[in-house]
Design a protein around this ligand. Structure first.
Ligand code: NAP
Length: 530
């Protein structure tokens, strides 16, 4: 069992005990009391251990190892000794390997408080020997781990280092599996979340999750709410499949809450994480290759967003017969979905165009085949427009691209057999479907509309479908004008939900719970949108 552990910075007894009780309510199994600045009255440390709602680890981390304790070693030792003086003992005392190796006095004193295989007595408290590097993976990491493993009194090995890429997580997982003693191996920073969330999958002794966003004790620590509710802590086991969203940055992506809610609702043994990878192809290739090469990870695929959509195509094509690219994704020149098939081969496709097609077909109450001959006005000629134009042209629609930069519209039109026109012509155009693929009208410029003069094209009215790919705000100026004119309106949230649903189906073989996807997205936009 991997213990969900809440770190608590102790400021005073009352606060620390209240925090421990709250950690229990939020689902933690254990708390780590950080007594770095709570050493003045050692008896209070004894009391803390007695009264804590949850079993505890006691840690007094010095400044030289990233903590806040800057006093002398005698005072620190006295506080740790007092931790073990009551009837109820801490489950663990955490000490830095460097301090333990350096000071015979510390070893001797701490040896009286913790379990010692060389001494015939029963002590409930185990010793965690730990090492932290807030800059990088230490070059002597393996030697440190060996020293911890060789120290007879050390019951638990703990290493934590600043991850430089997602690949570091894989080493953390390997280290957990290789040790003869219970191990904690965590990566810090934005690249290290997987090591924390998947600690349970790999059988680590514990992982840390903070009470609140600002009460963590290491960079990259999720909160208890996030790890339990968003990252499916209770459902994760050794066989859990891992998915994610690859992008840079991906911190505010709506995909993790969406897909994880889908896994919850369909009882699917999977978890979905943000996967930040720096923009260059070399980073993409090295990271994705390493995740694919780790069988115990059960990496099942990813959503791929800016700036990696082209990188995904290139990567899958480089796999030769072990990689397949969807034909239309190849023509669009961008893929947003990676699926790892059961035989390990890769499939890349683009669910953006399919999402736009299905959203509009629902609006028109027709099947995709019914798009043949329908007049579709696409506004914009960037990445989103490209997927939309490719999709509609593929099904025989009569597509006209209206764009600010005429050359760009013409180039896109030529590639997919569409027509190009200046943006100003939009007000006089007549079409069955209008699709905005520009950011005009997006927060904070919510009073703007892509149609010049804030009016609607002359041909718009009941029965016309107006689709805005913008999802913040959900109802843009364009959509509110169109709604007032009796059009069928489709917000950009539908495109997001449907591209995610197509990915979900591809990865799990199950229909995505569309209603839940919509609810999660609405909630996310309410919490994070402006
Ligand atoms: P992009 O590649 O940068 O293209 C932007 C397009 O908008 C270009 O054609 C550009 O015209 C035009 N444009 C930008 N500002 C303009 C202005 N002030 N006046 C006239 N035209 C302007 O961006 P993208 O990736 O295609 O994304 C476009 C929008 O699509 C985003 O803002 C987003 O809201 C939406 N989107 C939604 C989803 C979804 O899931 N709902 C997914 C992807 C994108 P020029 O060629 O003249 O520069």
């Amino acid at each position: 069992m991997t213990l969900l552990t809440a770190p608590i910075t102790v400021r005073d007894l009352e606060q620390a005990l209240a925090d421990s009780a709250r950690a229990g309510e939020l689902g933690a199994d254990l708390v780590e009391f950080r007594i770095d600045t709570f050493t003045d009255d050692p008896k209070a440390v004894t009391e803390l251990v007695q009264l804590s709602a949850l079993p505890c680890i006691i840690t007094c981390r010095p400044t030289w190892e990233g903590g806040a304790y800057d006093g002398d070693e005698q005072t620190r030792i006295a506080a740790l000794e007092h931790a073990g003086m009551g009837a109820r003992k801490p489950v663990y005392i955490d000490l830095e390997l460097a301090a333990y190796q350096k000071s015979a006095n510390l070893r001797q004193k701490v040896g009286l408080v913790v379990d010692d295989p060389d001494r015939p007595r029963q002590v409930d408290t185990g010793l965690i020997l730990s090492s932290h590097d807030f800059q990088q993976r230490p070059s002597d990491l393996l030697r440190k781990i060996k020293d911890m493993a060789d120290a007879p009194r050390c019951r638990v090995i703990k290493v934590a280092w600043q991850a430089r890429s997602l690949r570091d997580n894989l080493e953390a997982f390997e280290l957990i599996g290789q040790q003869v003693k219970p191990t904690i191996a965590l990566c810090m920073g934005e690249f290290g979340l997987a090591s924390r969330v998947l600690a349970k999958k790999f059988g680590a002794l514990l992982t840390f999750a903070s009470l609140d966003e600002d009460s963590g004790t290491a960079p990259g620590q999720p909160t208890l709410r996030e790890i339990k509710n968003l990252y499916r802590w209770d459902a994760v086991d050794a066989l859990t499949r891992v998915f994610g969203v690859i992008g840079f940055p991906v911190g505010h992506s709506m995909s993790p809450p969406t897909h994880n809610a889908g896994f919850d609702a369909t009882d699917t043994n999977s978890v979905y994480l943000p996967m930040p990878i720096p923009p260059e192809y070399e980073h993409f290739k090295a990271t994705v290759s390493s995740w694919l090469a780790s069988p115990a990870l059960h990496f099942g695929g990813a959503s791929v967003t800016i700036p990696h959509k082209e990188n995904l195509l290139k990567f899958v094509k480089e796999q030769g017969p072990r990689g397949e690219v969807e034909e239309l994704a190849e023509r669009i020149g961008a893929a947003n979905t990676l699926a790892v098939r059961d035989d390990g081969s890769l499939y890349a496709c683009n669910t953006d165009y399919a999402a736009a097609l299905d959203a509009v077909c629902d609006g028109l109450s027709i099947a995709r085949e019914g798009l043949e001959g329908k007049r579709v006005a696409v506004i914009g000629a960037g990445g989103a427009a490209r997927a939309v134009v490719a999709g509609f042209a593929h099904y025989g629609a009569d597509v006209t691209i209206y764009n600010r930069t005429a050359d760009r519209a013409q180039e896109l039109a030529d590639q997919f057999g569409a027509k190009a026109a200046p943006l100003n012509d939009l007000s006089t155009c007549e079409a069955d479907v209008y699709i905005n693929c520009t950011p005009i009208g997006m927060h904070p410029n919510i009073d703007a509309s892509p149609i010049p003069g804030d009016t609607l094209p002359v041909g718009i009215g009941p029965g016309t479908v107006v689709f805005d790919t913008i999802y913040n705000p959900v109802e843009t100026k364009l959509l509110s004008l169109a709604k007032a004119a009796g059009c069928v309106t489709i917000p950009g949230t539908e495109m997001f939900v449907r591209q995610a649903a197509a990915q979900f189906k591809l990865w799990t073989g199950k229909d995505a719970p569309l209603g839940i996807f919509r609810d999660v997205l609405a909630e996310h936009l309410k919490a994070h949108g402006e």
